[in-house]
Design a protein around this ligand. Structure first.
Ligand code: PLP
Length: 394
């Protein structure tokens, strides 16, 4: 027997945690107990929530709750197997069918989460002979998928399609088996949008596969609220998530029937996991019924976001290029951003500080996520508190 070595095998854990503490980036999870879609309790204090992605307040909607309960009564709490075994219930098929119609795509395929979809669909479509050109600011789940694929990988400057075009031009002279463009429609930390029409045109011009993540537009933008990639010919793969405006959980891919067949056969994140549980399928199906009818809610949400951006600019805060319900309050300095977040917390408002490594160094910000359930008065209270902090210039 080899002599037991007296070293701490978790030394690396100690070191890595210490690194985070020293950088003041050590994170902990804190419980938040929701009372409504925009209010809740943390510790013994009540807060207005400006940090959830429940953009339409659907997570607490009676129709979603009732349908989730009904599906549970009929089908049980778990789907009990993967989709290719006995986990495909009629409700999974119906939902995929209805989603395809609502988004204007030939087919859709459900996934357990947006993270799981992005991190496993990309490796299924790429290999070391492929090239991926992705926007600098895409979500971590897309980066994980790209890294796992072993494809050659370059990031173009955020929303800079001239840069993308020059990379496509160079790539066209090389011998990649295929080229894929990866972007989001609405960016999760900046709330700005990509130019979907121009991306479609570039993909066509260079015969590239176009992969778009529509997580923050689904429910909120586009035809009948079905996202900015809905009813848009020329997009090869769209990923939508149900954990945000749909108020539920899970995700889907919208694509051609042929690509769906391919993923069913070759995507491990679809094949080797249990199907979505009936309650979740019920909540999604109910949200899909409601979303097209929520035009007035979307209009109110837009109005709130316009109002917030305008007032922030007057206070000399930069809301960046936000044109959605996600409004960053750019601060820059990490410690200062934390102090602003704490200042708001003391006033009963949760607007979480987003810092590196989630965003690039020097771009720390509060990420304000609005909901159609917020009132103008609630947004005014937030603006007022930010204004007061500004005046006392911490
Ligand atoms: C939230 C998010 C995801 C992950 O979706 P989950 O269903 O929460 O795993 C993927 N992409 C983007 C752009 C997101 O914002």
């Amino acid at each position: 027997m080899v002599e037991a070595k007296l070293f701490n095998k978790f030394e690396f854990v100690e070191q890595k945690l210490q690194q985070r503490r020293e950088a003041h980036q050590f994170r902990v999870v804190a419980a938040f107990d929701p009372d409504s879609s925009v209010q809740g309790t943390r510790g013994d204090r009540s807060f207005l929530n400006f940090s959830s992605n429940d953009y339409l307040g659907l997570s607490k909607h009676p129709h979603l709750i009732e349908t989730a309960q009904r599906y549970t009564q009929r089908y049980g709490t778990g789907a009990t197997a993967s989709r290719l075994v006995t986990g495909t219930y009629p409700i999974h098929q119906q939902l995929e069918h209805q989603l395809a119609i609502a988004c204007g795509y030939e087919a859709t395929l459900l996934f357990s989460s947006g993270f799981q979809a992005n991190s496993t669909v990309l490796p299924a479509l790429l290999d070391a002979s492929a090239l991926v050109l992705c926007d600098r600011l895409v979500h971590n789940s897309l980066i994980q998928g790209i890294l796992a694929s072993h494809a050659r990988f370059m990031r173009y400057r955020h929303n800079d399609l001239t840069h993308l075009k020059s990379l496509l031009e160079k790539a066209a002279r090389q011998s990649y088996s295929r080229i894929m463009i990866v972007s989001e429609t609405v960016f999760s930390m900046d709330g700005d949008r990509s130019d979907v029409t121009a991306l479609v045109q570039l993909a066509q011009d260079y015969n590239a596969i176009l992969y778009l993540d529509d997580a923050h537009a689904l429910g909120v933008m586009g035809k009948q609220g079905m996202g900015l990639a809905a009813h848009q010919p020329g997009i090869d793969i769209v990923v939508g998530t149900f954990g945000k405006a749909f108020g539920a959980f899970g995700a889907f891919v919208a694509c051609s029937q042929k690509l769906r067949d391919y993923l069913v056969n070759y995507c491990p994140g679809f094949i080797y996991t249990t199907a979505l549980p009936p309650a979740v399928v019920g909540a999604i199906a109910a949200a899909l019924e409601l979303v097209p009818t929520l035009g007035a809610e979307r209009q109110h949400l837009n109005h709130l976001a316009d109002h917030l951006r305008q007032q922030l600019s007057q206070l000399n805060y930069d809301p960046g290029n936000s044109s959605s319900q996600i409004v960053p309050v750019m601060v820059g300095d990490e410690a200062k951003t934390l102090r602003l977040s704490q200042w708001l917390e003391q006033r009963g408002m949760l607007a979480i500080a987003i810092r590196p490594p989630t965003v690039e160094p020097g771009t720390a910000r509060l990420r304000v996520a609005l909901s159609s359930q917020h009132t103008v008065a609630q947004v005014d209270a937030l603006i007022h508190a930010i204004g007061e902090w500004h005046e006392s210039s911490h």
